[in-house]
Design a protein around this ligand. Structure first.
Ligand code: MSP
Length: 527
């Protein structure tokens, strides 16, 4: 399809010092929903994830584990690769920053940045000496003014990470010269950074003036060597950000993957790493003469006991445990529905059970189950498509609710990444469908032998469930696949084009329905 639009979606690459926790899963799941949504909407999608394996943090963790850095990374990277199966991710590619192709790309971007001039006509990269604070946990440099002194007398970064004083020869990127270009970029591309509140924070930060950025380290060696500069390795963030280019074949910018996907790249990130993506990264790219991203969206944190989940705080929830307890699709739904995407939010057992038993079992599950079993019982499992003029006003009004849903949901998902609001819209129709069942009372139509009306009502309901199931597919792929199987929807008719243009056929016999959304039953308290 030559004119098929393209979409390139990236998760941050995960540090391999930790095993995946539910915070990592959250970013990956949001991307998976978006990737699946865009595929269903006709886009040629490339969805990338992977692991960030260099830097002091990883080197120290390898030492603590008594392993060589690469052996440690090989082992730990596998835990993230496994998320694909565990979370049913649809990523098309997985990258590791220790791959030779990534060394090539990172050194190439360094050379390209060094070859150009800053907007003020100066060298983009110069040799100097860094003397300042560094937080290994964040792999970030901090100015004295950003730090606070804790009760223990230790200086800490805004993230809470401990900082240490570092003095070493270092190459610097002349970020200060890129301030005006960055502000112009934000001004000319109002949708570049989302949500709007985060965009404003970035703009204010850049308006406040930018310091040049240290981009090489000399006191340890676990990183990509700086070209032609023995003893220097690249600052891990410069190497890490470049993964997005490596995966589409940079520095070969003529290859089809690069030309197809790079102009449409969307970076999904957590709010803690927005500055790297929305300030440093576009500046590096402009300096290297590479197109800047289309969009960068920063989501909030999942909080556990009021704090961001992290290994160092000891409050992590592992995805395996959560999925083992509640099931994959309920967890996928819950994480996208419970916390407004972009804001911080809490997760808890009580709200999880509320969503599973309310939204899933009682609302959508019950709707599907009762409609499909009535089709079996009253119409021998066969649907009959009514003539359009047989619909009464109440039927047409109800039918229009789900027919118009895609147009309401698309801007929320593809435009604003407001996944929770998209699900709210969809569930409004679920509620209206349950009301329609009660109002039309197919059991009464059966009793009254009004077969024509009975068939019509069941068809309109089944058709609504079909549209709902296709729209919810990106969020709960397995469950909705089973719903669509039960409705006899052909494989090739499970996308948004078919949602609009391929209503359920008449005459086919549907399989016996089976519940798709079981209730969560509390395990008996141990006596
Ligand atoms: N390696 C860097 C990213 C480099 S991208 C070029 C990194 N890795 S990370 O493993 O620490 O975090 C990866 C992502 O997980 C980040 O977007 C981060 O915001 C997200 N989360 C980690 N903990 C989180 C929560 N508790 N809640 C939500 N997301 C959080 O940063």
């Amino acid at each position: 399809m030559p004119d098929q639009p393209s979409f390139y979606l990236t998760t941050p690459i995960y540090y391999v010092n930790d095993r995946p926790h539910i915070g990592h899963a959250y970013t990956s799941l949001a991307c998976d929903v978006l990737a699946r949504f865009m595929r269903l909407d006709g886009y040629n999608v490339m969805f990338l994830t992977g692991t960030d394996e260099h830097g002091q943090k990883v080197e120290k963790s390898a030492q603590a584990a008594g392993e060589q850095p690469l052996a440690f990374c090989d082992r730990m990277s596998g835990n993230f690769r496994e998320l694909r199966e565990l979370l049913n991710l649809s990523n098309d590619a997985f990258i590791r920053t220790t791959e030779p192709r990534h060394y090539r790309a990172s050194q190439a971007i360094w050379r390209a940045i060094a070859a150009g001039k800053s907007p003020r006509g100066r060298e983009n990269i110069y040799l100097g000496k860094y003397a300042g604070w560094y937080a290994v946990r964040d792999e970030a440099f901090y100015a004295e003014s950003e730090l606070a002194t804790g009760e223990d007398g230790k200086k800490r970064a805004p993230s809470g990470a401990e900082v240490e004083w570092v003095e070493e020869p270092s190459y610097f990127f002349r970020l200060s010269d890129w301030q005006d270009r960055l502000l112009a970029l934000y001004r000319d591309n109002p949708d570049l950074i989302g949500p709007a509140t985060r965009r404003n924070e970035v703009v204010r930060f850049v308006e406040g003036g930018l310091d040049d950025l240290s981009i090489s380290r000399t006191t340890f060696s676990w990183g990509v060597p700086v070209p032609d500069a023995p003893g220097h390795i690249m600052y891990v963030w410069l190497d890490a950000l470049t993964n997005y280019l490596t995966a589409v074949g940079y520095p070969d910018t003529e290859n089809p993957e690069f030309t197809t996907f790079w102009p449409h790249v969307f970076h999904m990130v957590g709010k803690d790493i927005l500055r790297f993506h929305a300030v440093y990264w576009p500046a590096f790219l402009m300096a290297a003469g590479v197109t800047v991203p289309k969009r960068i969206f920063a989501h909030g944190w999942l909080l556990n006991k009021g704090e961001k989940m992290s290994k160092s705080l000891g409050n992590v929830i592992r995805p395996k445990e959560l999925i083992g307890q509640y099931g994959l699709d309920p967890v996928r739904y819950y994480l996208m529905r419970e916390v407004p995407f972009g804001a911080d939010g809490y997760i808890s057992h009580e709200t999880m059970v509320g969503r599973i038993n309310g939204d899933l079992a009682n609302d959508l599950g019950n709707l599907a189950q009762r409609v499909l079993s009535m089709v079996q019982r009253y119409s021998d499992g066969v649907l009959a498509r009514p003539a359009p003029d047989a619909l009464q006003v109440a039927d047409s009004e109800f039918d229009a609710l789900s027919a118009g849903l895609l147009d309401r949901v698309r801007p929320l998902v593809a435009g604003d990444q407001a996944f929770n609001r998209a699900l709210e819209e969809i569930w409004k129709v679920v509620a209206q469908a349950n009301q329609y069942v009660d109002a039309q009372a197919p059991w009464a139509l059966k009793k009254a032998n009004d077969t024509g009306r009975l068939e019509l009502v069941l068809y309109v309901l089944a058709e609504t469930i079909r549209r709902l199931a296709i729209l919810v597919l990106p969020f709960m792929p397995d469950s909705c696949t089973r719903l669509l199987d039960q409705l006899g929807v052909p494989q090739e008719a499970r996308d948004f084009k078919a949602l609009v243009s391929q209503p359920l056929a008449s005459g086919a016999k549907l399989p016996k329905p089976a519940g798709v959304f079981p209730r969560y039953v509390e395990a008996e308290a141990a006596s």
